[in-house]
Design a protein around this ligand. Structure first.
Ligand SMILES: Nc1ncnc2c1ncn2[C@@H]1O[C@H](COP(=O)(O)OP(=O)(O)OP(=O)(O)O)[C@@H](O)[C@H]1O
Length: 314
């Protein structure tokens, strides 16, 4: 269990994280979402004791990170996958890490196998592809067999196979009862990986919700209907003043607002109207996420160019 209580971080005049409180439960993957610059990395660094909060505090399993006697066994983290000694082989990097934390050598072999790096374990990590580097970062995080995992953007820059691999790994680690907090700026990816979401923007909490609730909330409520009796169905629906029917350019397709698919389906059946398609419409999750965070985007397209122009003029 991770708990953040009133976490705040100021860098001079800039408030990167403001009065952020949330908890992350074990047994599920929790997605930590926010647009660029929202404060995700800063928050994760505070959870890990790498940054001192200006106020508030964070605990992992009831203690601050620094208070844990063997932190690597308690919390595994991947903040910057590239922050490794690039001259060393993957295996030597992990062996060095294990040695300084009293972790047996056999565990190094275990995590190398777990992340699928066996074939390249003796190669210089500096020559690793981005995906291999991410795998090594995850191997380091898993080395102490920790009950809690904190991963900053682990799928960034990965190919679809790498993304799928991380997604399945995170789910299986959570299914073992671990607490898994993973940051991303991609809602669509988190919807497939996480069960719960903590969304921040400009350092503040915007939403703390289950993925299911978020997805349901993203529904536009409209229904798409394809029927060879479009005119007849439109007329039947329009008898209810609360329903709006729009005929689409596509032949035989109607968009119905103000009624759900069950209502439309029943009405069609009652009047022997044949339906070929009846689909509740959903906004894409990415659209819903953008809508949710639109007031919290740090550098949007309108502001940035003007700022540059002003700087040039000055
Ligand atoms: N050391 C620092 N000094 C000054 N400002 C900082 C520092 N670290 C972060 N910031 C600022 O704090 C804000 C939050 O940054 P942070 O890196 O935590 O966001 P993020 O959500 O992880 O973004 P991204 O997805 O772009 O990595 C940004 O405006 C950033 O410029």
């Amino acid at each position: 269990m991770i708990e953040a209580v009133g976490l705040t971080k100021r860098y001079g005049p800039k408030t990167a994280v403001q009065d952020l409180s949330f908890s992350v439960r074990p047994g599920i993957v929790t997605g930590f979402l926010g647009p660029n610059g929202a404060g995700k990395s800063t928050t994760m660094r505070m959870l890990l004791g790498l940054d001192t909060p200006s106020s508030g505090h964070a605990t992992v399993n009831g203690k601050r990170y620094a208070e844990h006697r063997a932190p690597l066994r308690e919390v595994g983290a991947m903040l910057e996958a590239r922050a490794i000694h690039t001259g060393r082989s993957a295996q030597n990097h992990l062996l060095a890490l294990a040695a300084t934390h009293g972790i047996p050598r056999s565990r190094v072999t275990e995590v190398i196998d777990l992340v699928g790096l066996r074939e390249v374990a003796r190669r210089r990590a500096g020559g690793f592809s981005l995906g291999m580097g991410q795998r090594l970062g995850i191997a380091s995080a898993l080395l102490g067999d920790p009950a809690t995992l904190i991963l900053d953007e682990p799928v960034n820059g990965l190919d679809p196979e790498g993304i799928l691999w991380i997604r399945n790994l995170l789910k299986s680690l959570a299914a073992e009862g671990r607490t898994v907090l993973v940051s991303s700026h991609l809602m669509s990816e988190m919807a497939l990986t996480a069960e719960h979401l903590i969304v921040i923007g400009k350092g503040k909490l915007i939403a703390d919700t289950s993925v299911a609730e978020f997805t349901a909330g993203a529904s536009q409520g409209g229904v798409r209907v394809r029927t060879p009796q479009a005119d007849e169905l439109a007329e039947l629906l329009r008898r209810n003043p609360e329903i709006t029917v729009t005929a689409e350019d596509e032949a035989d397709v109607l968009t119905v607002e103000g009624a759900d698919s069950e209502t439309v389906g029943r009405l069609a059946a009652d009047h022997r109207v044949v339906l070929f398609e009846l689909t509740p419409r959903q906004a894409s999750l990415e659209e819903a996420f953008m809508e949710l965070t639109k007031d919290a985007v740090e550098y949007d397209a309108v502001v940035a160019p003007r700022t540059l122009v002003e700087e040039h003029a000055a």
